[in-house]
Design a protein around this ligand. Structure first.
Ligand code: F3S
Length: 407
């Protein structure tokens, strides 16, 4: 692999042991994927933040880098942590876990990584423009960056994203190259999507992403050109990105009339059709758990936007929540919600803000039996990681369940 003089200096230790370790990771990765050079990145989104996933070995690795003087050279933001840094006690998180999580964040902070723990960095300033090269790790955000924004990123792992932050480089292969961004299958969606009262059919777009993702997995395709979607809000697109990435491993897609590169490439011959019946089958399959047994509700996978929080405040105004109900979002968006008065309305209902974290990366295994959510991704990991049965429903219906009697 060709390296610039600066990159070679990083590799040879001229920038300290932490940067050298980071460059070694990137050169190794580049060799595996046949990259001929590095590309400079303008931002990084780092995963591997929850102590529940990192464990002691991960924490020690981060601390060793921080002590070794490694520092982020570009804007770097963090994926959700294992608990809300301010409100952890109200969410039933132990002191011991909070202490460990704080050490993780302190290590990142020493490395000049911005301590905003969120999977939607594009909602608060980590917002690359079209054609910009970045190195992001969270799969839903990677799909959003590539497809919706037209930025260029591979789906980084935790170590490679951190290495990119510490060097400002990533190996130039995969979606950094134009030749890999063309669609490899046309997907004809023969379905209409009902407008929801708050404007976002997030559960429907999650089910759509799941249906397409599962079909792509079977066909071995990775970059769909999805026809038949007339419009989609930011919230619907983030739900779609999360689901396509979860169920199909998709990091890039094209939606004609919506995403910026949809008209840039010749259309592939391979095609498949998706009907309303298939989406409805997923919605049915994901709503079989008993509503009466719901003991946990979670919204914000990916983290909620201000518009979603405003809608939720409208739905919860004057009501009383009778089951554990988490509202997960980023701290910057929560601050806006505070200023707009939405937080007060939501908190008065008894629903709890779970900022900096989410229902998947928090250490909640064994605490809840049935989780209701509007997120198809949360359904997948809620079961796979935290062993909960799940219900996929529209937000309005979730509020009805949250405020209904438990007996
Ligand atoms: Fe974000 Fe957690 Fe979902 S990281 S996409 S809220 S699983």
């Amino acid at each position: 692999m060709r390296l610039t003089a600066d990159e070679r200096a990083m590799l040879e230790g001229g920038y300290g042991p932490g940067t050298r370790k980071a460059m070694e990771v990137l050169v190794g990765l580049g060799r595996i994927y046949g990259a001929r050079r590095m590309v400079a990145v303008s931002s990084v989104q780092v995963a591997g933040v929850s102590y529940d996933n990192l464990g002691e070995a991960g924490l020690q690795f981060l601390e060793s880098l921080a002590v070794g003087g490694a520092r982020a050279r570009v804007l770097a933001t963090l994926n959700p942590a294992g608990c809300d840094i301010a409100n952890w006690q109200a969410l039933g998180i132990s002191q011991e876990f909070f202490d460990k999580q704080s050490q993780v964040l302190e290590a990142y902070s020493k490395m000049a990584v911005t301590i905003t723990c969120s999977c939607t960095p594009y909602l608060f300033g980590n917002l690359p423009h079209f054609g910009e090269h970045v190195a992001w790790a969270e799969s839903s955000a990677v799909a959003y960056a590539n497809a919706v924004l037209g930025a260029r990123t591979n789906r980084e792992g935790g170590p490679s994203a951190l290495a990119a932050a510490l060097t400002g480089r990533t190996p130039c292969y995969g979606y950094h190259l134009e030749e890999n961004r063309h669609p490899d299958v046309r997907v004809h969606v023969k379905a209409r999507f009902p407008r929801q009262s708050g404007g976002a059919a997030t559960h429907e777009f999650g089910a759509l992403g799941q249906a397409i993702g599962q079909r792509l997995e079977m066909e071995g395709k990775k970059v769909p050109y999805v026809e038949g979607i007339e419009s989609a809000s930011l919230e619907e697109l983030k739900a779609f990105c999360a689901s396509l990435a979860t169920y199909g491993g998709v990091a890039l897609f094209h939606l004609p009339g919506i995403t910026p590169e949809a008209g840039a490439y010749p259309l592939p011959e391979a095609s498949l059709t998706l009907t309303r019946g298939e989406i409805d089958a997923i919605l049915r399959q994901e709503s079989q758990a008993s509503r009466q047994e719901v003991d946990f509700l979670s919204l914000g996978c990916p983290h909620l936007s201000l518009r979603e929080i405003a809608h939720l405040a409208d739905l919860l105004r004057g009501k009383t929540v009778r089951r554990e109900f988490w509202i997960t979002t980023s701290r910057p968006v929560k601050r806006l919600a505070d200023e707009m008065g939405f937080t007060e309305i939501i908190a008065a209902s008894g629903a709890k803000f779970a900022v900096d974290t989410c229902c998947v990366v928090a250490p909640i295994r064994g605490r809840f039996k049935v989780m209701a959510t509007d997120s198809a991704k949360a359904c997948y990991y809620g079961y796979a990681k935290n062993g909960m049965h799940t219900l996929l429903l529209p937000i309005d219906e979730l509020v009805v369940i949250a405020t209904s009697s438990t007996s």
